[in-house]
Ligand binder design. Structure first.
Ligand SMILES: [Zn+2]
Length: 621
């Protein structure tokens, strides 16, 4: 099934003005009839999948008979995959429009059951393939069997992944250990949600607010008084301070599990075990961390400008999200459409025409209604088209979200058009390139058309904060994960005190004197869910962003139209390549090499330019 790309932090919903979906012009609602016009067709395809699963299971034991059986398996498996895309998203997308609908939920579960059946009925495939041996498979492919040769990368990947697969006894032990291996992250969820008592604070205006992880960040952005921000910060971090030792013990569980898995499978360290799947060398993460830390100067400068603009004597991290000026531009949806279409002009006429088509042919479900899933995402149905879910209220964030999800949609359109089903999906390592590049183009478009200095200031703050959040914060998080894992790998004790010290030192080395030192901030490691649920994951946001910046930079700095076209065409090649190669190789097609610091340097240059522009705008007001 294709990936869903939700935003890191869904927008808070504030009511759309629509009571009923039927009150909304169909142009602004999804057309799911493009997948199936009636339920009978959906049922028919579910039945086809069942037949397909039986046929796949019947091939067991006969792969070694020759290339024909192997090809039959791969083609059957592809057609099952294509059907799964449709039968899953038909009820799945409808359910997201009204999550109170139990009938749709039941249909989703039915597909989940089918998917589990598929997995069990085909689990013999990898071991049987590996037993035949890569040399024989290559011989089959080279014997003029072009249909089979299509699967070369896919099959080679199975052999490469197998390098760290254990013998049958070993794999059985690993499967048994997986049960308790998931306990630490489950415990973390319980402690931070079900068992958490969220504090309530009284603000300076006498109002009372409950501080949850969700309201915390939105309040820090909107509260104009520093005292209120501090109060909220202390209340929120108090939640983690109270249980520091418990959190440290849970996190130790995560680190030890990672180290156990890495050693059991013969990796040198946890990082290597996480990167092997995507064939990414560890040096990429080390280079990212080092060059991002060396490039912090413009961000430090930004915080010093903010300190002055906010008029505070001491400037803390909890001041770093507050709005620089009180100004809000509303964007009518029709205007947002026009701006986004205009913004992608540099990517060529065809690209622009497809974006227009997306708006005109109901790929976007625009408005919030009761029961609709919150936030925004893009889900692509292979052979149909992508669907974008929005909860559009006309804020600037909404327009950027729309441009972001449209970037994902265009990546899928181009990949689906140029790749067979096997390679149409792509990994997160390249996924955030198209989305963030579209955001950068939109920023330029909106800055150019802004009506006032105030509007430009708000736009610039948005852009700088998003570089700080998606790139620098995630790189610093990667730095923390490296150090924490290295402690565990060296057999050092992991305590709340040790983890706090690691985090505290990182804050000092990354921010230096731009931010006032504050003891409580060393507890940040306890409040980042990704550290507990998916270690060594967040760096991918940063590398994706760096790649996108590098492409944007070369596009902008091209000295001739011919040269610019060349950059755009290389970028299209990346989008058209889907998941047909390792991510590092795919990025190279777009001219990006993450082995050196040049991509990161383009982020630093862009940030520096934006901060200078902001400084100039602030002087004018
Ligand atoms: Zn995204």
């Amino acid at each position: 099934m294709s990936g869903i790309f939700p935003l890191a932090s869904p927008e808070q919903n504030t009511g759309s003005g629509y009571e009923n979906r039927d009150d909304i012009d169909p142009r602004y609602r999804w057309d799911l009839n493009n997948i199936y016009t009636d339920l009978a067709d959906w049922e028919k395809d579910c039945k086809s999948i069942k037949d397909n699963i039986q046929s796949l299971a019947s091939i067991q034991g006969s792969l070694k008979d020759g290339p024909e059986e192997l090809l039959r398996f791969l083609q059957l498996s592809d057609s099952a995959g294509r059907l799964f895309d449709r039968v899953w998203y038909f009820p799945g997308l409808a359910f997201d429009l009204d999550q109170r609908n139990n009938e749709l939920n039941a249909r989703k579960q039915l597909v989940e059951d089918l998917s589990a059946q598929y997995a069990t009925s085909t689990s013999w495939f990898d071991p049987e393939l590996i037993a035949i041996g890569q040399a024989t498979i290559h011989k089959w492919m080279n014997n003029n069997n072009s249909d089979l040769a299509l699967y070369r990368f896919h099959l080679d990947e199975i052999f490469r992944q197998a390098e760290h697969v254990l013998d049958e006894d070993g794999e059985q032990l690993m499967a048994l250990s997986a049960r308790f291996g998931s306990t630490p992250s489950q415990t973390y969820s319980m402690l931070t949600t079900a068992d958490a008592t969220f504090p309530e604070v009284e603000l300076s205006d006498g109002s009372k607010r409950k501080i949850t992880p969700g309201t915390y960040s939105s309040l820090l952005r909107t509260l104009p008084k520093q005292d209120d921000r501090e109060k909220i910060f202390r209340a929120h971090f108090g939640l983690y301070q109270q249980f520091t030792n418990t959190y440290a013990s849970i996190y130790n569980g995560i680190l030890q599990r990672g180290w156990f898995n890495a050693r059991a499978r013969g990796y040198a360290n946890v990082l290597e075990s996480k990167l092997h799947r995507f064939a990414i060398p560890s040096s990429v993460v080390h280079t990212l961390v080092e060059s991002a830390r060396n490039g912090m100067e413009p961000l430090r400068r930004y915080h010093k400008i903010r300190r002055k603009a906010l008029g505070v004597e001491k400037y803390y991290l909890y001041d770093s999200f507050a709005a620089l000026i009180q100004h809000e531009t509303r964007y009518e949806y029709g205007d947002a459409e026009k701006q986004i279409i205009a913004s992608v002009a540099p990517l060529g006429k065809d690209y622009q025409a497809t974006v227009r088509e997306a708006f005109e042919h109901r790929w976007v479900d625009v408005y919030e209604t009761e029961g609709k899933r919150s936030g925004g995402y893009m889900a692509s149905v292979y052979g149909i088209h992508p669907y974008i879910l929005m909860n559009y209220h006309g804020t600037m964030d909404d327009v950027f979200t729309l441009a972001h999800e449209m970037g994902h949609a265009m990546h899928s359109v181009l990949s689906d058009k140029h790749q067979p089903f096997t390679y149409a999906g792509y990994t997160i390592f390249v996924a955030e390139v198209a989305s963030t590049l579209n955001e950068a183009l939109l920023l330029d478009q909106l800055l150019e058309n802004a009506q006032s200095a105030d509007e430009r200031i708000v736009l610039l703050q948005h852009a700088i904060d998003s570089i700080a959040g998606t790139f620098f914060t995630q790189s610093m998080f990667a730095n923390y994960e490296l150090e924490a894992h290295q402690l565990a790998e060296a057999g050092q004790p992991i305590t709340g005190e040790v983890l706090g010290e690691v985090y505290h030192n990182l804050l000092k080395s990354w921010y230096d004197d731009a931010i006032e030192d504050e003891e409580l901030y060393q507890l940040t490691w306890a409040r980042i869910p990704h550290f507990f649920h998916s270690p060594y994951y967040v760096y991918q946001y940063a590398t994706s962003f760096a790649a996108s910046s590098a492409i944007f930079d070369t596009m902008q700095s091209a000295t001739s139209e011919e040269e610019r076209q060349e950059v755009v065409s290389r970028y299209h090649t990346l989008l058209q390549s889907g998941g047909s190669d390792h991510p590092m190789e795919l990025l190279k097609r777009a001219g990006v090499d993450l082995n050196d610091s040049s991509a990161v340097n383009s982020v630093v240059r862009r940030l520096d330019a934006l901060v200078s522009q902001l400084e100039k705008e602030l002087e004018l007001t």
